[in-house]
Design a protein around this ligand. Structure first.
Ligand code: SAM
Length: 357
């Protein structure tokens, strides 16, 4: 019996429906983004029922564009539509999310990364066939920029307000003057933020990617913190210095070609009571645990961005973007850490592990 014969009525339509949903969602992100850029969401927030002409006037955009944008958002469920009066209203919850500056930057960051993935996919397609890698340095700069926007929007506030305090006495050490490293620091947003909060501490960012390090240095100079924050080109397996009280790996660990060796080096570089904070996405331990929207996003970025980077660095068993706590704990044990604790924070999208030798 061939596969064709086992099809039930409606099977094909269901798959076509899923495909259409995905195509529409991809276009929808662009529409959300353009609403942010043109101020359409803010123009509607708290304004009650509006006609397209009223929305256009409030946002100072041309009416035909406002109308099509509203039609799209109504069809997508982000805007309520009253057919009797042909007016549109922004529900308060949508206004709260899309009118929020940080969420707007997050959308902008993802829009930038997804646009660059489209451009970079010719390289990745070739790598799928050859099995070779595509390094972070080979990607379009829009990807590096988008990552920085997303980190500033979603990670910096949480790190400063909740994640560092959740490490207990580590925070006191940062107040008094500690030595902190960030491995795979990208554009350096995390250390730049921490330097403002903990002026007595010294911060050292490392990344193998020279263009990211150059940008991080420019940002440190512009923020006037270059005397307490330095950025250097270094591979995670060979970070310079020692005596670090805290070493961060934020959304960089799964990208590494040799994560075990990176942790071994970090372990040597810690002070006597130093800790590692490993921040990854909140993936479950099994594939089927991740059959949800976050899992879809993680496996896509894993195949298109993170695994190619790890393979470019010679990884033989890349972690992928959704390693989960059990696999990360095993890697930490392999690198010689005996104490691994899941940090208890309210962070539905993230998984935080504190590692101690
Ligand atoms: C997904 S980005 C995260 C950047 C930053 N931690 C953040 O949260 O915005 C991963 C970073 O890891 C860096 N990276 C990849 N492989 C590396 C390696 N072997 N050593 C050091 N950095 C590496 C990349 O250049 C990139 O900046």
């Amino acid at each position: 019996m061939n596969a064709q014969a086992t099809l039930q009525a409606g099977d094909i339509e269901q798959v076509m429906g899923s495909l259409l949903t995905d195509i529409a969602a991809t276009a929808g992100l662009q529409m959300i983004h353009i609403g942010i850029k043109t101020g359409l969401w803010q123009a509607m927030a708290g304004a009650g029922s509006l006609t397209p002409a009223e929305v256009a006037a409030r946002a100072d955009v041309a009416e035909p564009y406002a109308r099509e944008w509203l039609n799209h958002q109504a069809a997508s469920g982000y805007v309520d539509y009253d057919a009797a009066t042909r007016t549109f209203e922004l529900p308060p919850a949508v206004a709260a999310v899309l009118g929020d500056e940080a969420q707007a930057r997050l959308v902008e960051g993802f829009a930038s990364m997804l646009a660059s993935m489209t451009v970079d996919n010719a390289l990745v397609e070739e790598a799928f066939r050859s099995g070779m890698g595509v390094g972070w340095h080979q990607r379009s700069s829009a990807h590096w920029h988008g990552m920085d926007l997303a980190t500033r929007a979603a990670v910096v506030p949480a790190l400063v307000s909740a994640w560092i305090p959740a490490l207990g006495e580590v925070e006191g050490r940062l107040r008094a003057g500690a030595k902190v490293a960030d491995v795979g620091c990208g554009y350096g947003a995390l250390l730049l933020a921490l330097a403002e909060v903990y002026p007595e501490s010294r911060f050292y960012g490392f990344d193998y990617h020279d263009a990211s390090v150059a940008q991080a240095r420019r940002s440190a100079a512009a923020a006037d913190v270059a005397d307490t924050v330095t950025f250097e080109v270094a591979d995670a397996t060979a970070i310079p210095g020692d005596g670090y009280d805290l070493i961060l790996f934020v959304d960089s660990f799964h990208d590494l070609g040799d994560p075990v060796e990176a942790l071994r080096r970090a372990r040597q570089a810690l002070s006597s009571d130093g800790r590692i904070l490993l921040v990854e996405f909140a993936a479950g331990d099994t594939l089927e645990d991740n059959f949800n929207p976050l899992g879809r996003l993680l496996y896509a970025s894993s195949a298109l961005v993170c695994t190619p980077n790890a393979l470019a660095q010679g990884a033989t068993d890349p972690l992928g973007s959704a390693p989960g706590a059990a696999r990360l704990t095993q890697v930490a044990h392999d690198a010689g850490f005996t104490r691994v604790r899941r940090v208890d924070v309210d962070a539905p999208m993230n998984l935080l592990l504190e590692l101690r030798p």
